[in-house]
Design a binder for this molecule. Structure first.
Ligand code: C5P
Length: 226
């Protein structure tokens, strides 16, 4: 990649996985490690960008040179990302955001009662942050990038998701059989709203991150920075 090609740019990256609380000790969560999002943050810093990293439950140490905001739930992630995106050149949603959250939060720990069946868990939808960002850009020409983890018909499902979300680029990972989640390596196809299709071979998450920044950089409007 061209060195410092993101100088003067502000990029926002979400990473990790949201946790949706049921009561003070329990939550609904997912297996996202945050490693791909952190690789995106490190490579963007190396390429000269100002980086805001919105981190959800990762337990990873802060990447040097990035502004890190920690969040827990999808709603908190949404607020932090939308605020940071107001002046961003690009937003990359690498976080695994819970599609649903418990409809009710119990202020006290939910207890099991002898002889009683457990109460069914009622869920409500979380807002789709990627779709919202894509529909309401923080500034003209802002690039929005999403991720999709698919287990089958990866390209067909990826194209449909790209159109549904309205983002500019969608990084499609094949998951399952120990692929992607929690590992140091990744393999993906990056689909563009312009019809482009960029396969990225199996390799370090840093390499995929650099390819994503290449594709973002090519699509950014000229910088108005001096
Ligand atoms: O719809 P799906 O969860 O497969 O889409 C994944 C992409 O959408 C990821 O980029 C994720 O960060 C984003 N997403 C979101 N808000 C949600 C669910 C997913 O921004 N509620």
């Amino acid at each position: 990649p061209a060195e410092r090609d993101l100088a003067g740019r502000h990029v926002v990256i979400s990473a990790g996985g949201t946790r949706e609380p049921l009561d003070p000790v329990r939550y609904l969560g997912n297996r996202s490690s945050g490693k791909q999002g952190y690789a995106l943050a490190r490579t963007a810093v190396a390429r000269g960008a100002r980086v805001t990293l919105v981190a959800a439950n990762t337990g990873l140490s802060d990447p040097a040179g990035a502004d890190v905001l920690t969040v827990g739930t999808a709603e908190q992630l949404r607020e932090a990302v939308l605020k940071a995106a107001a002046d961003a050149d690009a937003v990359v949603m690498a976080a695994a955001v819970a599609d649903f959250r418990p409809a009710h939060y119990a202020a006290g720990k939910i207890k099991k009662k002898d002889g009683e069946e457990p109460a069914p868990l009622e869920l409500v939808r979380n807002p789709d942050i990627l779709a919202e960002l894509s529909a309401h850009r923080g500034r003209p020409g802002q690039l929005v990038v999403g991720f999709a983890a698919e287990t089958d018909d990866v390209l067909v499902n990826g194209r449909a998701k790209l159109a549904r979300k309205g983002c500019d680029l969608l990084v499609v990972n094949e998951v399952g059989d120990g692929k992607a989640f929690g590992t140091e390596e990744n393999e993906a196809v990056v689909l563009g709203a312009d019809g482009s299709e960029t396969p990225v071979p199996y390799g370090p998450k840093e390499d995929l991150a650099d390819r994503i920044w290449d594709l973002v950089g090519e699509r950014l409007p000229e910088s108005d920075a001096p």
